[in-house]
Design a protein. Structure first.
Ligand SMILES: C[S@@+](CC[C@H](N)C(=O)[O-])C[C@H]1O[C@@H](n2cnc3c(N)ncnc32)[C@H](O)[C@@H]1O
Length: 188
C-alpha cells in the first residue's frame, strides 16, 4: 500500500518504503514519555511509528496523527483502534487548530515524517513555524528525513538543532531533534 501511494504522490510521500524498526526505536527512545500528555505525529502513513508510539504512550495521553493522504487515514482508522489515538485528515500546517479541536493547548512532543525538501515553496517553512508555536516550552520537535534541507527551516526557530545519521534505516536517514526554549524567568 505504501509503495502504491508513493507511485501516486511521490512528492507528498517522499519515500519508497516505510521507516525501519531500529530507527523507530532510536527516535522514540528520545521522548520523555512520563511527561507526555499530547504527542503529535505528522505523516503517519501506514502507522510505522504510530503503533510503537501507542505502545509507549501514557494511558491518559493523546496521540494526534495528521496526514494529507485519505487512503492512509482510512487505513489507520481501520487498523489501529485505540481510544488514545485521534487520526486527522489535513495538513500539519494547521496543527494548532487540530490541537485546539482535540481539547488541548500545546503539544509535548511533535514527530514529523513529512518530506520537507519536496514540498511546494513556503509550505515547509509554514509547518515549522506552526510547530514551534504549537509546542509547550521544553517540548521537542523530532524529524526523520533523507535530506538535510529541513535543518535550514528549523535553525531560525530553535536555538539548538541536533542532527544524527541513522545508518540502521534502509536507506540511511537523518534524524533531527530540537527543543523549544523554556520561557526566560521574569526579571524582578
Ligand atoms: C515518508 S512518508 C512517512 C510514513 C511513515 N511515517 C514512515 O515512517 O514510514 C510521509 C508522509 O507524510 C504525509 N504528508 C506529506 N505532506 C503532509 C502535510 N503537509 N501534512 C501532513 N502529512 C503530510 C504523506 O501523506 C505521508 O504519509
Amino acid at each position: 500500500m505504501f509503495f502504491r501511494q508513493f507511485v501516486k504522490h511521490p512528492g507528498m510521500i517522499g519515500s519508497v518504503i516505510p521507516s525501519s524498526p531500529l530507527m523507530v526505536e532510536a527516535i522514540l527512545d528520545q521522548v520523555d514519555w512520563a511527561r507526555t500528555r499530547l504527542f503529535v505525529e505528522y505523516g503517519p502513513g501506514v502507522g510505522t511509528f504510530t503503533r510503537s508510539i501507542l505502545e509507549r504512550l501514557h494511558p491518559d495521553a493523546t496521540l494526534l496523527a495528521i496526514d494529507l493522504n485519505l487512503d492512509f487515514i482510512a487505513y489507520l482508522e481501520a487498523s489501529l483502534p485505540d481510544r488514545r489515538l485521534r487520526v486527522v485528515h489535513g495538513s500539519a500546517a494547521d496543527v494548532r487548530r487540530f490541537i485546539a479541536e482535540s481539547g488541548h493547548r500545546q503539544a509535548d512532543c511533535i514527530l514529523s515524517g513529512i518530506p520537507f525538501s519536496t514540498l511546494p515553496d513556503g509550505v515547509g517553512q509554514g509547518i515549522c513555524s506552526e510547530t514551534h508555536a504549537a509546542l509547550r516550552p521544553g517540548g521537542a520537535f523530532l524529524v526523520y528525513q533523507y535530506s538535510a534541507y529541513v535543518r535550514g527551516l528549523m535553525a531560525p526557530l530553535f536555538s539548538f538543532v541536533e542532527e544524527r545519521m541513522e545508518w540502521r534505516n534502509i536507506p540511511p536517514c537523518r534524524t533531527f531533534r530540537a527543543v523549544k526554549e523554556e520561557a526566560l524567568a521574569q526579571a524582578a
